[in-house]
Ligand binder design. Structure first.
Ligand code: CO
Length: 584
């Protein structure tokens, strides 16, 4: 061992653990009673915010994400709170102006975030620069990140060069973010050894357990001189998640790299999360142990759960293996981009469309077009030129820092917010926090602000469930207990013999004179562009479907008249559901 410094630990249970294992659904109410215990452990930091938390809070849970971090911070005065921040994308899915980035970081610091792990999905340092400067400006801890991936272009030298550039931007530490669990133990030893030789700032490691490498990778990285390791409490660890905190502490115990943490203090935390996790059973992915296919597909944990849930919702789970095989092909065509939010959704959604529609790139999402145009930044390798030509034609490709093309600022974001509030008859306060909710999530943000006092609008709180056997549960509803059995087809039988079945939509329409265009994948109708009776050109966008947080334009296959539109904004559709009829 090269170093006898104690290793620091970042606990992930409040953010990435449930993002990866339970589709980011943990409610604050199910964390609260564990916060004091978590605060007493002595973690280097607890990751509690950012990533998909903000989105999940306003989209599904009806929780104000700003209030969540304020409450966590006030309950945990002794522990630095850490967030995951997508550089110039903040927590949204596009680039924001430098002014908006500054305001977001300032608000996050003010509301309780101490450590900012800043990354960019393409590892384009130009997209991390402003966020890191903003964090330094408000005296937060600015951590730069390499999003680890493997490809013919990703060598150790490339990573070391990237890390040095991150250090040169003023980062106070460097994180290796191994979101797909692809960092092998001996590669980690080499990588961390080189980084420790070449860098002055501490090195942190974040590995997912999906491939089974994570525990060994952590140990080898620590042997090479790693400074801080990310882990998650045992009852919320492994599969799509991370190395268990207790396991790593025990492995290091008695060595010259031991931690300062006490296993006894982790017991009540593990018990708490073991108990509340049961309530979220329906969000669990199907992975048990390790899925070795991930080693070739490079699909990160969170993305796998999302794909599974999406394909289940679309009655297409039988296509799962085909989608997994499609992902590396799409990734290569898009310049070997790492798979991490938002690129994981971009590649995932396009792969789902390529498989479910039965024809590769017959529909290309707006996000794939933007990527091919250079709007996300520079890809690690060149994109497929034929695909680029097909997607964007002769449009110019952007080569400057993408955010340099933005001319909005926080003042214009404020004006847009106030206009949206007036248009929607909402009285939400024009606070920086509310403006940022709206700026990052315009449609969902308005719905959230409109329904903040209306819990019925959001997902129902999960029921208190006590497991009796593998398939039998005690469910408490309004203080009454029901014994229920979950059957293999996911239907639920209550002990009085009645059965709850998932309702299936069978909306099938007989073809009229025209051509019926069906949904290529399941999702929500985001917006209709054309109206019934409109005459449209071939390739004109008729409506926009939102699936997996991505917008997909549904186009007219030929010129004609829109005879009928079968859906309206907000409708949920499954693949094959009719969207519109066109007559030529
Ligand atoms: Co992660």
């Amino acid at each position: 061992m090269t170093d006898s410094k104690k290793i620091g630990v970042t606990e992930l249970v409040l953010r990435d653990a449930h993002q990866s294992l339970l589709a980011t659904r943990f409610r604050y109410s199910d964390m609260e009673s564990a916060l004091k215990d978590l605060d007493s452990v002595g973690f280097w930091s607890v990751e509690s915010w950012g990533g998909a938390i903000f989105d999940s809070c306003i989209r599904y849970l009806g929780e104000d994400p700003w209030e969540r971090i304020r409450k966590i911070k006030s309950m945990m005065p002794n522990t630095p709170q850490q967030m995951l921040l997508r550089g110039q994308n903040l927590l949204g899915y596009k680039h924001y102006s430098d002014d908006v980035v500054n305001k977001f970081v300032e608000c996050s610091k003010k509301n309780g975030v101490d450590v900012f792990r800043v990354f960019d999905a393409l590892n384009d340092t130009r997209n991390m620069h402003q966020a890191l400067q903003a964090v330094i400006g408000v005296e937060g801890h600015a951590q730069g990140t390499i999003s680890y991936t493997t490809s013919p272009v990703h060598t150790i030298d490339l990573w070391v060069d990237l890390a040095k550039r991150i250090q040169d931007m003023g980062a106070q530490s460097l994180a290796i973010k191994d979101m797909a669990g692809l960092l092998k133990p001996y590669v980690a030893f080499e990588l961390v050894s080189k980084l420790k030789d070449e860098l002055e700032i501490p090195v942190h490691l974040h590995c997912h357990a999906t491939t089974g490498f994570s525990v060994a990778t952590g140990v080898k990285a620590i042997e090479a001189g790693l400074d801080v390791i990310d882990t998650s409490i045992s009852s919320m660890s492994m599969t799509y998640g991370h190395t268990p905190t207790e396991t790593m502490i025990s492995i290091l115990d008695g060595t010259n790299r031991e931690t300062d943490l006490n296993l006894e203090k982790l017991k009540p935390i593990a018990e708490h999360f073991q108990s509340v996790r049961k309530k979220y059973k329906k969000f669990e992915g199907s992975l048990r142990g390790v899925d070795a296919r991930i080693i070739s597909s490079q699909v990160p944990g969170g993305m796998l759960t999302n794909l599974e849930n999406q394909l289940k919702a679309q009655d297409s789970i039988d296509k799962f293996d085909n989608v997994i095989k499609e992902i590396p092909k799409v990734r290569k065509e898009l310049g070997y981009i790492p798979l991490v939010t938002p690129t994981s959704q971009i590649v995932g959604t396009q792969s789902v469309i390529n498989i479910l529609s039965g024809s590769r790139y017959s529909t290309i999402t707006n996000e794939v077009k933007s990527l091919l145009k250079g709007e996300y930044g520079e890809t690690p390798a060149s994109v497929d030129k034929n695909l680029q030509q097909q997607a964007i034609g002769d449009s110019a490709v952007i080569t400057c820092r993408p955010a340099d093309l933005l001319n909005d600022d926080f003042q214009s974001a404020k004006e847009d917010f106030e206009k949206a509030m007036t248009e929607n008859n909402l009285m939400s306060e024009s606070s920086d926090e509310n403006i940022l909710i709206y700026t990052m999530f315009p449609e969902i943000g308005v719905n959230f602000l409109a329904n903040i006092d209306n819990p019925d609008y959001f997902e129902a709180e999960p029921l208190e469930i006590h497991e009796l056997t593998d398939s039998a549960y005690l469910v408490t509803v309004d203080d009454k207990e029901y014994s229920v059995t979950l059957k293999a087809d996911n239907s639920v039988v209550i002990n009085d013999g009645s059965q709850i079945n998932e309702t299936k939509s069978d909306a099938k329409v007989e073809a009229g004179l025209g051509t019926i265009i069906e949904a290529p994948l399941g999702g929500n109708i985001f917006r209709t562009i054309a109206s019934e009776g409109d005459s449209v050109e071939a390739d004109a966008t008729v409506l926009i479907l939102e699936a997996m947080k991505m917008e997909t334009e549904i186009k007219a296959p030929s010129a004609g008249i829109i005879a009928k539109i079968f859906v309206k904004p907000g409708d949920t559709v499954k693949p094959g559901n009719p969207l519109f009829e066109i007559q030529s």
